[in-house]
Every structure is written in C-alpha cells, then in structure tokens.
Design a protein around this ligand. Structure first.
Ligand code: AMP
Length: 472
C-alpha cells in the first residue's frame, strides 16, 4: 500500500501535492494531504490521481499551515473506499494525530480484535488504523512514549510520517522493509518514500531514515530541529529488494543505490546467466527498459524500442480488478512492427506475476512477425505473496507458484524463458557474494518465501477475523 510524503515549509507557497505527484507511481487509487498551522489540522482526501484532485487553488488554499503530510494509496489491505484514504486523522488526548503509512502490518487484524474488545471504534478497514488506536489507548503519558509503546506491538512493514502538534515524526520499522528518506529545502526538512519527490521540489537529499529509527522534526524555519531516536533492539536490516526490481522510480536512490543502475546490472547478469542467439533486445516498457539496456550492452545484441507504450494509461497491475487489468494491457502497449518483423527477439521485462502481461506481449510480438521470441525476466520467479505492502495476489494466482519454468514458457507462448537468479539479483545490488542465506541482506520473500517477520494474521484464521470486523 501507499507512499508517503511529508513537508515542513515555512513561508507557505504550499507546494503540497507536487511531492505526491512525483510518487504517483506508488499508488493511484487515492491521495490525501493533512496540513497543520499550529492550531488546526485540515485534511483533504480524494479518490483518484493527485494531478486530477490537488491542482485546484481553492482546495490547496484550504490546507493552511507550515507543515503537512500526504499519501498516495494503492490498497493492499482494507480496500479502496473513501474511509481508507490517508492520512488518517484522530483527535487524541495528546492532540491531533495524522498518520500516513507505507507498508503493511502483519498482525493488524489480530490487534484490531483485541482493541475492539476493549472498546475501540474503528472508522476504516485499513490496517494502518490500529496504530492510532494503539497510541490512543497506551497508558504511557507522553506522546513519544505512547508512540513507541504502539510501535512495539505492531509487526510487519511500516514507514510512517505522523503530524502532531509536538512536531513531525518519521519512522521506519526495525527491518527497514519500506523506504523513507530525508531531504531539505532551505531550512525545511522533507520526508518521502523516494528521492524523486525531493527532485521535483528542488530539495536536496540528506539521508535515509535508518531501519528502526524515529526522527522528530520540530520548530520552524532556521529554528527547526531534527532529533533521532532508536528505541528498538538493532536487527539486521531487510529492505525490500522489489523496490529495485519494479517499485521505485529509476531516477530514485534506494538503499544508497541508483535504481536505474541496479536494473541495468540485473540485465547484464541476465545476459551472462541466460544468453541466447538473437537479433534484437526489446524491453517491455517502461519497467523492462533499464534491464534491457543492460542485457543489450552485455550481450552486444542491438537494443530497440519494439514495443511502444501509450503514456496516457496508468500502470496495469495497480488497477484492482482483473477485468480492468486485461483491458489495460491491450490499451497500454503496441508492437513497433518495423523493429520486429523477421527477427529473433529477446523481450526483457522486470517480473512475471500472473503472466497476463507476458502472454499478451509475446503474442503481440509474434503477430508483428517475430521469428522467435525469447523472454528474459529481470527478477527470480515470483512464487510467494508479499505481506509487506507490495500488491501481489494470493499465491494460487502467481504463475510461478503454479508452474515450473518450462510450463510457464509454454503458457506465455515463448520459445524460451529465463529468470535472473537470486544471487544474480544480489550481485546487481552490489553484493558480490550474492545472498547470504544465513543472514539475507534484503527482504526477498516474494522470491524465496523467507518472510522476515511473523505473519500473525496469516497464521490465524483471518477470514474469521475479517467476518467479525468488516461490515458487509
Ligand atoms: P502480470 O501481468 O500479472 O504477470 O504482471 C507483470 C507485470 O506487472 C510486469 O510487467 C511488471 O512490470 C508489473 N508488476 C509486477 N509487480 C507489480 C506490482 N507489485 N505492482 C504493480 N505492477 C507490477
């Protein structure tokens, strides 16, 4: 789910929405902003894209204040109704509390059941709301202590920005599964999921928020201070490797690495691991482009844009229903027949999830006259669902969970199919020894099934819990 952005800006030209606009690729269902002027909190939440909803001056003028947090949502938990649009807000004993959450909690339903038993009244079906109730019901006195108390109870992946009258809090879970970075524009500090949101504001990158770190930004202008605390026992970080494969924008810096460079190196690894005699390397745009550049450079086979993408269609995968997804992929890509006809084609894409995209693209390339079609995938087979905020479907819908590679090849109608190895992927992330299987350096659960946290809600009978708390 969701990506966040937070901004403290002194003289209010209010560039609200611009940072969120740069993070639109991370969630397209809904967007929201909460601003604080020192006394009042004001929120605007809308279904749909940032550019369609947060450009009206009238709306922006309602968001008065010197600090704000925002959010773009794509639902991995809780569904896409208005009541789940973030930032979530509550008036607590300690004052207003607005929260934007990137990630997914793996014990949210379990906690929710306990909280409801003790009288909490939930407003949404979002996993993120448990954070508010845990803070509200904590018996500690100060907001800091209540927050830490709450964080100690949650499991899973969370990068959070929280706007309160005591300042802005930014934090990452102890494994640092989801990203969060800090930047600066003049005297103002900015927290956001990806550095591309800093670029659009003309802000400079300062650093990542570390796994398990909480930063508290308070004061205004040149008096602004940043305090850092680390209340958890240190653990080996497990940032999500899928950020490099697919999720982050290629112009972002993630885990200190250029996403674009990592993707090119994955392509080069793939060319070394799975070479094939062919005439042309063609990316599945946009997500396959950097890896295809790397594959072409390593193999010496020419790179061509043999598939053209219609840029007025959003990411297919992110549209929730299967029907829209099927329609979406046809609207999105077209074969550039003059680069394909009579050729042996290597197609490069970042991943295969359900196999819908690959099947359609391979057929399209064949219909455009390709002699052979070889599919190369810049990640290992996605065999397991993600419970940490990347929207993969249930396991039974993952092509690689249902079939071996030969069967997948036949299913997508390709002449050959190969995936980069997990070690190849780690090499591309500048880990020459590959994956340390005793102490993996990333969360790669979608490929390995090695989940770095408890999956409490999966272990319990989640359906039964859902039946208890979700109105029909
Ligand atoms: P599928 O058609 O279901 O096999 O999905 C694969 C396509 O969706 C690839 O071309 C990826 O670029 C893209 N994709 C992979 N994972 C995700 C994700 N978690 N969210 C959105 N798109 C994705």
């Amino acid at each position: 789910m969701r990506r966040l952005w937070d901004h403290r800006h002194r003289r209010c030209r209010r560039p609200y929405g611009i940072g969120l606009h740069a993070l639109q690729h991370r969630g397209q269902e809904a967007a929201g902003i909460t601003a604080f002027d020192g006394t009042h909190f004001v929120s605007q939440r809308q279904l749909g894209h940032v550019a369609d909803n947060f450009t009206s001056q009238k709306l922006i003028d309602t968001l008065k204040g010197h600090s704000a947090i925002g959010h773009v949502r794509y639902s991995t938990a809780g569904g896409s109704s208005m009541r789940n649009v973030q930032p979530l807000f509550a008036d607590l004993a300690t004052g207003g509390f607005a929260v934007s959450h990137n990630g997914n909690l793996t014990n949210a339903w379990h906690l929710r059941r306990q909280l409801v038993r003790h009288g909490s009244i939930f407003q949404s079906t979002s996993d993120s709301e448990v954070i508010i109730h845990l803070v509200a019901t904590s018996t500690y006195r100060s907001l800091y202590d209540k927050l830490i108390d709450a964080l100690r109870k949650i499991e899973g992946a969370y990068s959070l920005v929280i706007l309160t009258r005591d300042g802005l809090f930014g934090m990452r879970d102890p494994l640092g599964v989801r990203p969060l970075v800090m930047g600066k524009l003049g005297d103002s500090h900015i927290l956001c999921s990806e550095t591309c949101a800093l670029d659009i504001l003309g802000a400079h990158y300062v650093r990542e928020i570390e796994p398990g770190e909480i930063v508290i930004i308070s004061g205004e202008g040149s008096g602004q201070t940043v305090k850092s605390i680390k209340p958890f026992a240190p653990q080996n970080p497990r940032p999500c490797i899928f950020e490099h494969v697919y999720f982050s924008r290629p112009d972002s810096l993630v885990d200190g690495l250029s996403v674009y460079d990592v993707r090119k190196r994955i392509g080069a690894e793939l060319a070394r691991e799975a070479p094939v005699d062919a005439d042309v390397v063609i990316p599945v745009p946009d997500s396959g482009v950097p890896a295809a550049i790397g594959y072409a450079a390593q193999s010496g086979i020419p790179f061509e844009l043999g598939i053209i993408r219609n840029h007025y269609v959003g990411r297919t995968f992110i549209e929730p229903s299967d029907h829209i997804r099927h329609l979406g992929v046809r609207l999105k890509h077209n074969a550039n027949r003059w680069q394909i006809e009579g050729k042996r084609v290597i197609l490069v894409d970042d991943s295969i999830v359900r196999g819908t995209t690959s099947l359609k693209i391979v057929d399209m390339v064949r219909q455009a006259g390709a002699r052979e079609v070889h599919m190369r995938i810049a990640s290992p087979p996605t065999r397991h669902s993600c419970f940490y905020g990347v929207d993969t479907p249930e396991r039974s819908k993952l092509l690689a969970a249902r079939m071996d590679i030969d069967a997948m090849r036949d299913y997508i109608h390709a002449d050959s199919l190969a995936f980069v190895s997990i070690d190849g992927l780690y090499h591309a992330c500048l880990l020459p020894e590959g994956r340390n299987n005793q102490q993996p350096q990333y969360c790669d659960a979608c490929f390995s099934g090695d989940y770095p946290t408890h999956l409490t809600d999966q272990e319990n009978d989640r359906d039964q819990e859902l039946a208890l708390f979700v109105a029909p």
